[in-house]
Write a protein of this length. Structure first.
Length: 486
């Protein structure tokens, strides 16, 4: 696409009549620039893309998009906000790929990963070719790619969607973080279904207040649009048991479908029964009742399943086929994942890293724990400090043997993080073992038949970030080695 044609997508904001080179790619990383690239200068938290514009030109950039004048040998196009312009240009350059996909976006504090995987499986079982973007990885049909962010920036996102279209993908399911919504990373995404899981405390290091955090998530529902296309209807799937759903209902013009357990909803779970091997409940949809017996455990899993069923049914999948798919799911990596090496006690690894998710998982454990409940929990560095004492409080309230340890301390002193956690549990019985491997080994060494060990916070992660170094570390492998070493 030629530069002038590409820039016309910015309309009257950027009247450009200069040179008209062929643009072969759009990049915001100077290391990826090739001959013919349009290089976009983005101001990041730690680096400023404007400082790398000259390097980009030396690598072959045919033009540069910037927020301030630059003295270069190629056209420099000035815009007020390169991040917003990047979303527009990426959507145009990759030929609006989401218009050719059935796109489901999922937002919420907890449950996004599990819900996205459940929906993806439901559609795959219905013989549709699927794509998935989220915390664990990006999947394009049968190809899996590692990801850095829950929701990639707009340029990467639109390029990924184009790859999905070219691979023949029918439906794309993606986790949509509050950061991504607030930063405009999903501008240009044509969502068909937007799902809300729940809203509890997290990310206040970024959003500062819960009200602002809630507002950021409302953008997903507002971005479903304001028109009614009866050939391609839009749906907002909301949790009837979460008070934030009222704001999201008022934020959208789309059809609203609700799910819940405690409050009346379009899809409601009743008569829930939990064991250590699964959960049974009765799904009520209008006057119809469907018994569900699934291998997933916990009330929080019921919510995730309800959200998945609702999103799939409004997308045209038969409800009986949806239920059959749900019942075949054994679990999602790092989400209430059992580590079994023949021991007589239970070891569970879970991604619970917020007060609400930790409470939910521990309450689920209490349903089947026969004796002691160990919990190994820490808090990430360079993240919301206000939740640290809350995490420790919940661990001490709901577990008989809480062990406070390190998570991903990043640039912070691990002992300083633990001190923040300890502030919430003065006078309580707990142990502090800063070394996470030692903490896991200690619990496993002390556990007896009938005990339960919950290793919380990192779930599927296969690393631990200490300072600027990323170390190999997988809670599941560490636990298995400790069990086998007993």
């Amino acid at each position: 696409m030629n530069l002038q044609k590409l820039l016309k997508n910015l309309h009257l904001l950027v009247p450009y009549l200069g040179e008209d080179p062929e643009i072969t790619s759009i990049e915001n990383d100077n290391r990826k620039v090739q001959i013919g690239s349009l290089f976009i200068c983005i101001k990041g938290y730690t680096v400023d893309g404007h400082d790398f514009a000259e390097s980009a030109v030396k690598s072959g950039a045919a033009a540069v998009l910037a927020e301030r004048p630059l003295s270069l040998d190629v056209p420099v196009i000035l815009v007020k906000d390169t991040t917003r312009a990047m979303a527009v240009l990426a959507d145009a350059f990759y030929d609006q790929p989401t218009k050719n996909l059935h796109l489901i976006g999922i937002t919420g504090t907890n449950g996004k990963t599990t819900t996205s995987h459940l929906i993806e499986k439901i559609f795959a079982d219905a013989n549709q070719k699927t794509g998935l973007i989220g915390t664990m990885y990006t999947k394009i049909a049968d190809k899996t790619i590692e990801t850095k962010n829950t929701t990639p920036e707009s340029l990467t996102l639109q390029k990924t969607f184009r790859q999905m279209v070219e691979a023949g993908v029918d439906i794309a399911v993606m986790e949509v973080s509050s950061h991504a919504l607030d930063l405009g990373r999903v501008h240009g995404c044509d969502y068909d279904v937007a799902v809300f899981t729940n809203l509890t405390q997290d990310h206040l290091d970024y959003h500062k207040t819960m009200e602002e955090y809630k507002r950021a998530k409302s953008l997903l529902f507002a971005q479903l649009g304001n028109t009614f296309d009866h050939q391609k209807p839009k749906f907002a799937v909301l949790n009837a048991d979460d008070p934030a759903s009222d704001m999201y209902r008022r934020s959208t013009a789309a059809h609203v479908i609700t799910y819940g357990i405690d409050n009346k909803a379009d899809l409601q779970a009743k008569n829930i029964q939990m064991t250590s091997s699964g959960t049974q409940f009765e799904l009520v949809v209008q006057s119809e009742k469907y018994p569900i017996k699934m291998q997933l455990i916990g009330k929080f899993s019921v919510y995730n399943v309800l959200a998945s069923i609702a999103a799939s049914v409004v997308s045209g999948i038969d409800i009986k086929a949806v239920i059959q798919s749900i019942e075949s799911v054994k679990g999602v990596s790092g989400r209430f994942e059992l580590v079994n090496a023949g021991q007589e006690f239970t070891v569970i690894v879970d991604y619970a890293h917020t007060p609400d998710s930790l409470e939910n998982v521990l309450k689920t454990v209490q349903h089947f724990a026969k004796k002691k409940v160990f919990v190994i929990v820490g808090c990430g560095g360079d993240r919301d400090r206000t939740k640290r004492p809350l995490m420790a409080q919940i661990a001490c309230q709901l577990a008989s043997d809480p062990i406070l340890t390190s998570d991903n301390p990043r640039s912070e002193d691990p002992l300083a993080i633990l001190k923040d956690m300890e502030a919430g549990v003065q006078g309580s019985a707990y142990r502090m073992i800063p070394d996470r491997k030692e903490a896991i080994q200690t619990a496993i060494r002390e556990a007896s038949a009938g005990d339960v060990i919950l290793i919380a916070g990192k779930g599927h992660e296969t690393y631990q970030i200490i300072g600027n170094v990323v170390h190999d570390f997988d809670d599941r492998l560490v636990a298995r080695e400790a069990i086998e070493g007993r």
